[in-house]
Design a protein around this ligand. Structure first.
Ligand code: HAM
Length: 432
C-alpha cells in the first residue's frame, strides 16, 4: 500500500529542516508576544461554510467532508470536515472560550496540517502544513488599528529573513470593508456584463457567484479584459483609504518593502480591507509562500461578538521547497573566488588558491583584470565569497573576505582563512 495521492511521508534528514523552521517560527512569534493555540483537526462543516464562504473553491470543491455516524439512536448524524484552513477554527475557539472578555488583544499562533482536495502538483498537496497566526480582539482593544496590520507584516518579513529565505516579494492590497465593497461589486458586475461572454468558463461562473474572484484569473487571453475592469482602490470609502494609507506609512517607516497589487483578492470570503501575499519566484506556478489579511466581520458571521482581526498562514511545505532549492544552489557554488586586484598579485593569488585548495576548499581563481563592480557580480554567480588580494593584503597577510549571502566584509588573517571558509561551507550545508 502507498500513501494516499496528495499526502506524503516526511523522513530524515528532511524532517530536521521542518523542525528548524518550526523552532525559528516559535522564537520569532515569542518576540512579538504571541502564544500557541491548538484547535481540533476536524470541525463542524457549517463553520467553514459560514466562515470561509459557500461560494469559495475551498468550500464548494475541496473539503474532506463526511456524515459522522450516530452511535446511539438518540444521537443525530453530524456533518464534519477536516480543516481546510485554521482561521475559522481559531475564531470559533475565541468565541467559545469568550477570549474577548479579557478586553485584551489575543495574539495566537498555530502550526499544523490542513486538508484540501486540490489537484496535487509541485508545492500543492492534499495534506499540507501551515504556520499561521491571528491577532483578534474587541475593537476597544485596538484590533482594528492599521498598526496591527503593519506589525504582522513586519513580523513576517523578520521571520522570512530569520529563516534565510532570499528574494521574497510582499504584495499588498485593500479589498474594502462591508460598507464600501457592495458599491465596488455593483460596478464590477456592470463592467463584466458586456465582456464576460469572451472570458474563460471559470470567469463566467465566478462573474455570477463571486465576481471579485475574476480578478484572480490567470488565463492569458482574459488578462487584457481584466486589466480594463474598474479597480477596487477607486471604490474605497474615506475610512478604508485612510486605513490602507496608514498601513503603508508604517511599513515605509519600518523599512519593509512591498508592492501594491490591486488584483490581489484572495480565495476566502472573510477578508476585509488589507489583504496580502508573500510570493517567491523559485516556486513556479504555486508561488505564494503565504497569504493573509484582515477579517473584521468573521466573528459575527459565525455567531460571535464584534471582533476584528488580522492574520496569515505560511505554507510550510513551500518554505521547505524554497530553502532546499536555495541550499542546492549555494552548495553548487565554489567556496570562494580568489581575486588579485592587479597583475602584480597574480602569482601570489595562485599560491593562495593552491593553499586553500589543499585544505579541501573549492576555489575559483580570478586574475589581475579585476574591476570592482563587474568582477564582484561575476564572482557572486560562481562562488559564495570573494577573497581580495591587493598589495596591502600581501604585506599584512590579512585578507579581505566578502560573503555574498550576508554582504558582510571581514578582515581575516591568512593563517585562519581556510578554517573560516570551511566553517562558512558547513553553515550552508546544514542550512544555516
Ligand atoms: P490560504 O491563502 O488559503 O490562506 O493559504 C495560505 C498558504 O497556505 C498559501 O499561501 C500556501 O502557501 C499554503 N497552501 C494553501 N493550499 C495549499 C496546498 N494545497 N498545498 C500546499 N500549500 C498550500 C489561508 O489558509 C488563511 N487561513 C490565511 C489567513 C490567516 N488569513 C487570515 N488569517
Amino acid at each position: 500500500m502507498k500513501a494516499v495521492r496528495g499526502t506524503r511521508d516526511l523522513l530524515p534528514p528532511e524532517t530536521a529542516l521542518w523542525s528548524r523552521i518550526e523552532a525559528t517560527a516559535r522564537e520569532v512569534f515569542a518576540r512579538y508576544h504571541f502564544g500557541e493555540i491548538r484547535t481540533p483537526i476536524f470541525e463542524e462543516t457549517a463553520l467553514f461554510a459560514r466562515g470561509v464562504g459557500e461560494e469559495t473553491d475551498i468550500v464548494s470543491k475541496e473539503m474532506y467532508t463526511w456524515e459522522d455516524r450516530a452511535r446511539a439512536q438518540s444521537e443525530k448524524t453530524q456533518s464534519l470536515t477536516l480543516r481546510p484552513e485554521n482561521t475559522a477554527g481559531v475564531v470559533r475557539a475565541y468565541i467559545e472560550h469568550k477570549l474577548g472578555e479579557s478586553g485584551q488583544l489575543q495574539k495566537l499562533y498555530y502550526i499544523g496540517p490542513q486538508f484540501r482536495r486540490e489537484r496535487p502538483q509541485k508545492g500543492r498537496y492534499r495534506q499540507f502544513f501551515q504556520i499561521g497566526a491571528e491577532v483578534i480582539g474587541p475593537p476597544h482593544a485596538g484590533s482594528e488599528s492599521p498598526l496591527r496590520d503593519a506589525e504582522v507584516l513586519e513580523m513576517l518579513a523578520s521571520l522570512l529573513d530569520a529563516l534565510g529565505i532570499e528574494g521574497w516579494t510582499l504584495r499588498l492590497n485593500s479589498v474594502g470593508s462591508a460598507t464600501d465593497r457592495p458599491a465596488y461589486l455593483a460596478r464590477l458586475r456592470e463592467a463584466l456584463q458586456p465582456v464576460v461572454g469572451q472570458m474563460c468558463a471559470d470567469c463566467q461562473r465566478r462573474a455570477e457567484t463571486n465576481p471579485l474572484r475574476v480578478l484572480d484569473c490567470k488565463v492569458p487571453e482574459d488578462q487584457p479584459i481584466i486589466d480594463a475592469l474598474p479597480r477596487i482602490a477607486d471604490s474605497l470609502d474615506a475610512a478604508s483609504r485612510e486605513h490602507f494609507a496608514a498601513v503603508c506609512a508604517a511599513l515605509d517607516a519600518a523599512g519593509v518593502p512591498y508592492t501594491r497589487d490591486h488584483r490581489l483578492v484572495r480565495g476566502l470570503d472573510y477578508y476585509t480591507r488589507t489583504t496580502f501575499e508573500f510570493t517567491h519566484g523559485g516556486l513556479g506556478a504555486q508561488n505564494a509562500l503565504l497569504g493573509g489579511g484582515r477579517y473584521d466581520g468573521l466573528s459575527e458571521a459565525i455567531g460571535g461578538p464584534k471582533a476584528p482581526g488580522i492574520g496569515f498562514a505560511i505554507g510550510q511545505d513551500r518554505l521547505v521547497l524554497t530553502l532546499q532549492a536555495q541550499q542546492a544552489a549555494a552548495s553548487e557554488r565554489a567556496d570562494a573566488c580568489v581575486a588579485p586586484v592587479g597583475e602584480a598579485q597574480n602569482p601570489a593569488a595562485l599560491a593562495l588558491a593552491r593553499e586553500l585548495r589543499r585544505a579541501g576548499l573549492r576555489i575559483e581563481l580570478g586574475d589581475g583584470s579585476f574591476r570592482v563592480r563587474k568582477s564582484m557580480e561575476m564572482a557572486d554567480r560562481v562562488a559564495r565569497s570573494i577573497v581580495l588580494l591587493g598589495e596591502d593584503e600581501l604585506q599584512s597577510d590579512v585578507l579581505t573576505v566578502k560573503d555574498f549571502a550576508t554582504a558582510e566584509q571581514k578582515k581575516i588573517p591568512r593563517a585562519e582563512l581556510a578554517k573560516h571558509l570551511l566553517a562558512a561551507r558547513a553553515q550552508v550545508e546544514k542550512g544555516q
